[in-house]
Design a binder for this molecule. Structure first.
Ligand code: HEM
Ligand code: HEM
Length: 184
């Protein structure tokens, strides 16, 4: 079971710190950090690594039959933390321009975060143990069946959006590095 909103608060506080750092860079350089220059580029890479961790780690732990490290609820909290902080850092990387494929990648990023909040809401409707197992008998049979069906439907939407996002992100990264970095 996910208890409380700790991961949301942690992500919010991290966001405030990163905004402070970004504001300091804007203040001292007197310009918006460009996506292809040192600071903006570093933001893109760091945020993207956090997003990749979000995509991969929780799924690996969930599917690993032998793994016993860490409770599923902690992994999901970490998933949500990196799933919020990563996209936020990437947003600061964009230099507030959203042309072409890079703009579409940003839109997919926003969609997956919004979808994550919806998933979190449905997920927490189903009472679970700290290892994410459903607690039988704690919801009426009909309510449980409905919540399970919603969760399954949500997965069939959320997972393809994630895949489309990473596909377009990899093309953007390849093209941006080729045209904006190596050919400079
Ligand atoms: C999901 C992750 C990412 C998103 C959503 C994203 C989004 C964007 C956006 C919206 C722009 C501005 C495009 C414009 O000028 O209209 C941009 C520029 C750029 N991005 Fe990313 N980015 C991501 C990850 C990365 C990563 C990991 C790298 C590098 C390894 C990178 C390298 C660049 C570069 C070099 C530019 C500047 C291109 C230029 O000056 O024309 N991006 N990105
Ligand atoms: C970069 C952003 C994100 C990506 C790429 C992402 C990707 C994924 C993927 C691939 C899964 C399927 C895991 C599996 O069943 O194997 C998943 C599940 C989930 N995600 Fe995210 N996610 C992101 C952000 C978020 C955010 C911001 C939240 C909450 C606010 C969230 C909440 C959830 C929940 C509740 C589940 C379902 C857990 C389960 O059924 O076991 N995600 N996410």
């Amino acid at each position: 079971m996910l208890r409380g909103n700790r991961e949301l608060w942690a992500a919010f506080l991290t966001g405030v710190l990163i905004t402070g750092l970004y504001a300091a860079v804007v203040f001292f350089t007197r310009q918006i950090p460009a996506a292809g220059e040192f600071f903006g580029h570093a933001l893109g890479i760091f945020g993207f690594i956090l997003m990749l961790m979000t995509e991969v780690l929780y799924s690996l732990r969930k599917r690993s039959r032998s793994a016993r490290w860490g409770r599923m609820s902690s992994w999901l909290q970490f998933h949500i933390y990196t799933g919020l902080v990563g996209p936020f850092i990437v947003l600061l990387h964009t230099s507030w321009k959203f042309n072409g494929l890079a703009g579409a990648t940003t839109l997919l990023t926003v969609i997956i975060v919004v979808s994550g909040f919806i998933g979190r809401y449905i997920y927490t409707r189903i009472p679970r143990t700290l290892d994410g197992l459903e607690i039988e008998g704690s919801l009426s049979e009909a309510a449980l069946r409905q919540a399970r069906r919603l969760m399954a439907l949500w997965h069939t939407i959320h997972i393809p959006i994630g895949m489309a996002l990473f596909l377009s992100a990899f093309v953007h990264i390849g093209a941006a590095l080729y045209y904006a970095t190596f050919l400079r």
